[in-house]
Design a protein around this ligand. Structure first.
Ligand code: GLU
Length: 450
């Protein structure tokens, strides 16, 4: 256990003020203790010191001009964290909260998530502290072009393949791809999450949300239960939340909440998904408009969240799907869920539960699917998009969806087996971390000290 403390204090000194990154590292290291005790060669090979240090970090200025002619400057990032299993792979996040620590935690998580898929994918992440909210199409396009004017020289279909994340969807990927093509002259699969018109994969848009629900179904099946008839809390109203709700309905469950930065909707008879899609995918407006169509739905403004917690987790339900952002589910929220008899948590967002909340779920022995396992369906389907691009093929929705389902099952199986192997049956945090780490660490050892 001494090396955990040592690693974190070294990181605090060498990479100050990266709180979320320390949180992600600490969780992985805690999980690895039984593996490292049994197999001492990982320590001898200094794998921990090597794995917490990104292979390369790129930080750059992103200047752009708004519709009124005013100049803005944002910070752009790409962290190429680990390439032992394949080209760096991971999304780009455009959100005002982005900083080096956030991108670093996301990149670190991505290494193990990508390893868990069993596919040839390294780990990376990037983004900018740009706030797309309220920006016109033209402003978004100019920002994306400026961002790629620097990033293009670092990415490529066999080196580093970005995709979307919060604030980056098919529209942004389109503008970035266009600028990349203009600068390089290459028409290649350098991004995933592309439009279906020009190289995108069917089911990629749906994949993260669908995958999170498939993972939940695996956890319940093991407990001789299913999602059919379950009432579910969902947070977020972006791509992950929307397709989580869609799959829940398809499997006979009812999502009764969703949320955005303005507030939370509780709709007892079930969220009207068509309306959420209309508001979020087409009009790009706040969920406050949902309540205008449904007077019986309860809308809680963000400002009215109970102290140290979030309105969305205070309703009674059988299952919870955090699909908004990191640390959106606190210990108080976890206690509220457990008191209300919630039996399952499957994470669509990246690291949505605080450490104390995770511990509460593990102690309570409910079905808890940590993000790096439960939301790996998005990046896994990105790899299916890469495979289609490289072989100049286009697979059907059903072909992709079937592979996604299989991959989520495999992730569940390898995480549960690893947990059992090390004496922590049912602890998928420990199992996912060990299963993901082992694949990356073994590849690193075989490739030498590089
Ligand atoms: N941003 C997504 C994630 O957190 C997807 C990354 C990708 O498709 O490369 O895994």
């Amino acid at each position: 256990m001494k090396y955990i403390h040592q690693t974190i204090s070294d990181l605090m000194r060498s990479s100050p003020a990266q709180t979320e990154f320390y949180q992600a590292v600490e969780e992985v290291l805690n999980s690895l203790a039984p593996l490292l005790e049994k197999h001492t060669h990982y320590q001898q090979q200094a794998i921990i010191q090597r794995i917490v240090e990104p292979e390369r970090q790129i930080m750059f200025r992103v200047p752009w001009v708004d519709d009124d002619g005013q100049i803005h400057v944002n910070k752009g990032y790409r962290i190429e964290f680990n390439s032992s299993l394949g080209p760096y792979k991971g999304g780009l996040r455009f959100h005002p909260s982005v900083n080096a620590g956030i991108i670093k935690f996301l990149g670190f998580e991505q290494i193990f998530k990508n390893a868990l898929t069993g596919l040839p994918l390294g780990g990376g992440k990037g983004g900018a502290n740009f706030d797309p909210k309220g920006r016109s199409d033209g402003e978004i396009m100019r920002f994306c072009q400026s961002f790629i004017t620097e990033l293009f020289r670092h990415i490529g279909p066999t080196t580093d393949v970005p995709a979307g994340d919060i604030g980056v969807g098919a529209r942004e990927i389109g503008y970035m791809f266009g600028q990349y093509k203009r600068l390089t002259g290459n028409y290649d699969g350098v991004f995933t999450g592309k439009s279906l018109l020009w190289g995108g994969s069917l089911a990629r848009k749906e994949a993260t949300g669908y995958g999170t629900v498939y993972f939940a179904e695996c956890m319940l099946k093991e407990r001789k239960d299913s999602l059919n008839g379950k009432r579910c809390l969902v947070s977020g109203a972006g791509n992950v939340a929307i397709y989580t709700m869609e799959k829940l309905y398809q499997l006979g469950a009812t999502p009764i909440t969703c949320s955005d930065s303005s507030g939370t909707i509780y709709h007892d008879r079930g969220i009207d998904l068509k309306l959420v899609k209309q508001l979020k995918e087409k009009q790009r407006v706040s969920l406050a408009h949902y309540a205008e169509s449904y007077p019986e739905a309860i809308y809680t403004e963000a400002a009215h969240y109970p102290e140290d917690g979030h309105a969305v987790w205070r309703y009674r339900a059988d299952a919870a799907f955090p699909c908004a952002t990191q640390n959106e589910l606190t210990l108080m929220d976890a206690k509220a869920l457990l008191t209300n008899d919630c039996k399952l948590v499957s994470e669509g967002a990246n690291m949505p539960s605080t450490k104390a909340a995770v511990d509460a779920f593990i102690d309570a022995k409910i079905a808890y699917g940590p993000s790096k396992a439960a939301n790996a369906g998005g990046v896994a389907t990105s790899q299916l998009e890469m495979a289609q691009n490289a072989s100049m093929q286009k697979w059907t929705f059903e072909q992709v969806d079937e592979q996604l389902k299989q991959i989520m099952q495999n992730i569940f199986i390898s995480s549960s087996h690893a947990a059992k192997e090390f004496g922590h049956e049912g602890n998928l945090v420990l199992g996912a971390n060990i299963a993901g780490f082992r694949r990356v660490a073994d590849a690193m050892i075989e490739q030498g000290v590089v």
